[in-house]
Design a protein around this ligand. Structure first.
Ligand code: NAD
Length: 385
């Protein structure tokens, strides 16, 4: 049984799907682990470190592999070079990576998407959306603190008192709560808003002040937010305007699963902010919470510098890779069967809720129904086509 660890080839991706310290977990399950040369280079991990913990470094690591693990999906030509029946685990972004999904289907691969691992308590240790969002949230607060040309904390000195920075966080999911916690640790005065009712308590438990708006809350299924109507969105923006105008730093992390990021802050709202203010938009890549933010760039809007996030977890590749690799180890452990004679095999149980939820293609078919519908359309009743 062999697991191959891919060298990431996509622009700007610095993470790696396995780290040396976790290789032994996989060899302990009975796997050989083959790593492509330089796979860890951008995360500052050398080939020698992998070898020291029991992996091999192979130019042809994919040859004979039962499973290939990566952070970003493999590109279609690499998938076509694999033996039929090989399993793949990575983020897959199935609605964007349609060519890749079709390639996996046609080449007979079994592809699992990390973002589709069900967010149930049994799967928490495999939840790469959460582990990477945690890194992003921390990074956003650090970026805001670094860009702001003033202190985050209160400073009382013999030369006088320096007031703390006022930070507003919009969206208090995994990333937002981590941004709040980090900004609080740095001493800022933090307030935050989220459309979910449960969020207010979570914001308060981080030591921040929940912003209460006279609006109904928006709970969707699975503890996620629902999309806003345009009327509600406009009212929310209006009610948030004074809070944003008073903020030295604004951090936005709002998202709605399967939708473009909600536009929470107009350019006119940013223009109300004081000279020297900073805005950090984690959602810039998926449509943006802030009008005019650009993923991967800092732009000026009014008096504020607006930073748009682009593959933010990859900006901290060491810890992000470590957490992602642990998610992979936990998923692979679930997918490993032990026979009565003690021998183990890579044998994901297709009836397991986590395996079934994450599986996108198997045996020449797209088995994730929303992806199948997006690629192949709805089955016409009675025709079987
Ligand atoms: P997410 O990335 O989809 O969204 C980020 C946040 O944006 C959410 O809190 C959402 O409510 C908020 N948001 C959406 N529209 C908004 C708007 N118009 N204004 C302000 N905020 C808005 O979500 P996430 O961080 O992945 O997780 C969200 C929820 O799922 C949380 O309750 C979290 O505790 C829960 N969760 C559960 C598990 C689990 O049980 N295994 C794992 C992870 C997250």
């Amino acid at each position: 049984m062999k697991i191959a660890v891919a060298r990431e080839t996509r622009d700007g991706e610095s993470r790696v799907a396995m780290v040396p310290e976790l290789v032994e977990k996989l060899t302990g399950l009975g796997y050989d682990v083959a790593v492509e040369p330089d796979a860890g280079r951008h995360a500052l991990i050398s080939d020698e470190e992998y070898v020291a913990t029991g992996a091999s470094i192979e130019d042809t690591a994919f040859d004979g592999a039962d499973l290939v693990v990566s952070v970003q999906p493999l590109d279609p030509p690499r998938v076509r070079g694999l033996a039929a029946g090989t399993s793949l685990i990575s983020f897959l972004n199935t609605f964007v990576e349609t060519e890749l999904v079709a390639t996996c289907r046609d080449a007979g691969m079994t592809a699992y998407a990390m973002e589709l691992v069900p967010r149930i308590s049994r799967a928490q240790s495999m939840d790469a959306l959460s582990s990477q969002a945690m890194v992003s949230g921390y990074r956003c607060a650090i970026v805001a603190a670094g860009m702001l040309r003033r202190f985050f904390p209160l400073n009382m000195t013999s030369a006088g008192t320096v007031q703390p920075a006022q930070v507003v966080v919009l969206g208090a999911g995994v990333a937002g709560l981590q941004a709040i916690a980090t900004a609080k640790r740095l001493g800022a005065v933090v307030s935050a808003y989220d459309v979910r009712a449960a969020a207010a308590e979570e914001i308060a438990s981080m030591g921040a002040k929940p912003i209460h708006l006279e609006l109904e809350t928006l709970e969707g299924s699975g503890g996620y937010a629902r999309e806003m109507t345009e009327d509600r969105a406009a009212r929310q923006r209006e009610l948030l305007t004074p809070y944003i105008a008073r903020a030295d730093a604004l951090i936005t992390t709002a998202a709605v699963p399967g939708r473009a990021a909600p536009m929470l802050v107009t350019a006119a709202m940013v223009e109300e902010m004081s000279p020297g203010s900073v805005v950090v938009d984690l959602a810039a890549e998926t449509g943006g919470n802030v009008e005019g933010s650009v993923a991967g760039e800092v732009v000026r809007i009014g008096n504020a510098q607006v930073w748009g996030g682009r593959n933010v977890p990859s900006q901290m590749p060491g810890p992000a890779s470590r957490l992602y690799a642990q998610n992979i180890v936990n998923l692979v452990t679930l997918m490993t069967a032990k026979d009565q004679d003690g021998t183990t095999s890579f044998a994901p149980d297709p009836d397991d809720e986590i395996v079934a939820g994450a599986c996108v293609t198997r045996d020449g078919e797209i088995v994730h129904e929303p992806t199948r519908q997006a690629l192949e359309g709805t089955l016409q009743e009675g025709t079987g086509q």
